[in-house]
Design a binder for this molecule. Structure first.
Ligand SMILES: [Zn+2]
Length: 479
């Protein structure tokens, strides 16, 4: 499949797409636009942003087609071996999963607007951008002038791009892998600081996991004048939208937090993938119950790596820990669902506020149960084993060979590392939903920390004066 994107009037926010499909052997072809995007497990119905749609043969004669679902078209190809689809897409949203065009810059998530022909997802794709000559393209895909090359459709739609004449970029290298940091927006980045800090947390992550999944990686940052915080993981890149651009220190802390989190996703979910998401089915919900591993463990490690690599000091790390604690205990302490149930129901109401005390956050409660697990394993094995070993085994057995894992696989690996069945952990914290406070404090007190609950329902993280606990804490945070 070959795609060409062009914009006759970028001010209108409409982008034109021409998709050429060759070597057709069937008389009927089904064309699909994804109904959702990886990283956000809810239906988004991108087809509602298509205003006009047509299909043409080699001589530009229109072919007969009809819609058979909200985002699937059945095209009568007859004996033609090549067809061209021509349609447009309204690109007017600047968040980390959408698309936006203006005369000054293009921001494209190909999953929003690149259709595929059923049965041909594994074929190579090219994406040609009809952009001004002074635009620079930031994207994880291989570049050939204004053309981007993808091994298959899965890679294409896992590769967002920014293009403009004003985009800024610097890079650094760790263990033979080149990391690019791109910045689009009204901002003067402190590159010296960025390169020092990014190199530190990147090195810390690669040291723990042993190897990096990609030969190259791109942090794509779009900085807005308005308050914003959104990041999405991709195969060889991450798309991050932050703001406001005049926030200074706070914006930088957000950049570090979200970047470390997204980088860890390069292993955890991009390659260490729940079995239910392998391969992705872009037409409908892909239910899975392990998002607390994908998002919770990643949230936990995103901040922990910033501490371990000394980008954060203890106080900065505790502030982040306290955020998950506040979000969980102050918002959903009495929620009815377990983590596995809330993971499943992401597709239902995972990204909206929802009704009171129904669901738990796979991010915040997920991070807290990862913390409990890590400290539990460390305590049993005197820091000789930890959650690091669990992630290492998942990487070796499921990530490197790229075969999906199930909830049972995760449980088995945890039990293998812990050397214990940890029944209470699964029953109370993961598939069941008992109050978390006692288990959390039991884990925390060993490293000299404590969660304090006040009568108004608020919580606070406190450091305890205890020499032995301080020793354990140092082994955990400064391995
Ligand atoms: Zn995430």
């Amino acid at each position: 499949m070959h795609y060409r994107l062009f914009c006759q009037t970028p001010e209108s926010r409409f982008i034109e797409i021409e998709c050429r499909i060759e070597n057709i052997v069937e008389e009927v072809v089904e064309i699909q636009l994804p109904a959702w995007r990886p990283g956000r497990y809810e239906l988004q119905h991108f087809a509602k942003n298509i205003q006009q749609f047509g299909v043409f043969d080699k001589n530009n004669h229109p072919l007969t087609f009809r819609k058979i679902t909200k985002d699937r078209w059945r095209v009568e190809v007859g004996f033609e071996t090549e067809i061209t689809l021509r349609y447009n897409y309204y690109a007017n949203v600047q968040n980390a999963g959408s698309s936006y065009v203006s005369p000054e810059f293009w921001y494209i998530n190909p999953i929003n607007l690149c259709v595929y022909a059923e049965g041909r997802l594994d074929e190579a794709c090219t994406l040609e951008l009809d952009i001004p000559d002074d635009f620079r393209i930031a994207c994880g895909l291989r570049k050939q002038g204004k053309q981007l090359l993808a091994k298959d459709y899965y890679e294409l739609v896992d590769s967002p791009l920014l293009a403009s004449a004003t985009i800024q970029c610097q890079s650094y290298e760790v263990e033979g892998v080149r990391f690019f940091v791109w910045m689009q927006g009204n901002i003067k980045p402190n590159w010296q600081q960025i390169l020092i800090d990014f190199e530190k947390f990147t090195r810390s992550q690669i040291e723990m996991m042993g190897s990096f999944p990609e030969a190259e990686y791109h942090f794509l940052n779009l900085i807005l004048p308005t308050p914003y915080y959104h990041g999405v993981e991709h195969r060889h890149s991450t798309m991050i939208v932050l703001g406001p651009d005049d926030e200074g220190e706070g914006l930088y802390t957000d950049l570090l937090g979200v970047s470390s989190h997204e980088l860890f996703h390069a292993w955890n979910i991009i390659r260490i993938r729940p079995q239910e998401l392998l391969p992705y089915d872009f037409t409908k919900e892909n239910y899975f119950s392990t998002c607390f591993v994908a998002e919770g463990v990643t949230t936990y490690y995103g901040d922990l790596f910033l501490r371990r690599s000394r980008v954060f000091d203890d106080a900065a790390y505790y502030r982040e820990l306290q955020v998950y604690m506040k979000r969980h205990f102050e918002n959903s302490r009495h929620a009815a669902q377990s983590l596995t149930e809330s993971s499943w129901d992401l597709w239902l109401d995972g990204y909206e506020k929802g009704i009171p005390q129904r669901k738990v956050s796979v991010y915040h409660k997920g991070a807290l149960v990862a913390l409990i697990l890590d400290l539990t394993i460390r305590k049993i094995h005197h820091h000789q084993r930890s959650l690091d070993d669990v992630m290492g085994i998942l990487w070796d057995r499921f990530g490197i060979p790229f075969v999906g894992y199930t909830l049972e696989d995760y449980r088995a690996v945890v039990e293998e590392v812990a050397g214990d069945s940890l029944e209470w952990y699964w029953n109370d914290c993961i598939v069941g939903n008992l109050p978390l406070e006692n288990h959390l404090n039991h884990a925390l007190v060993w490293v000299g920390l404590q969660l304090v609950s006040f009568s108004d329902g608020t919580v606070h993280l406190q450091e305890l004066e205890n020499e032995r606990a301080t020793l354990q804490r140092n082994k955990w945070l400064n391995p």
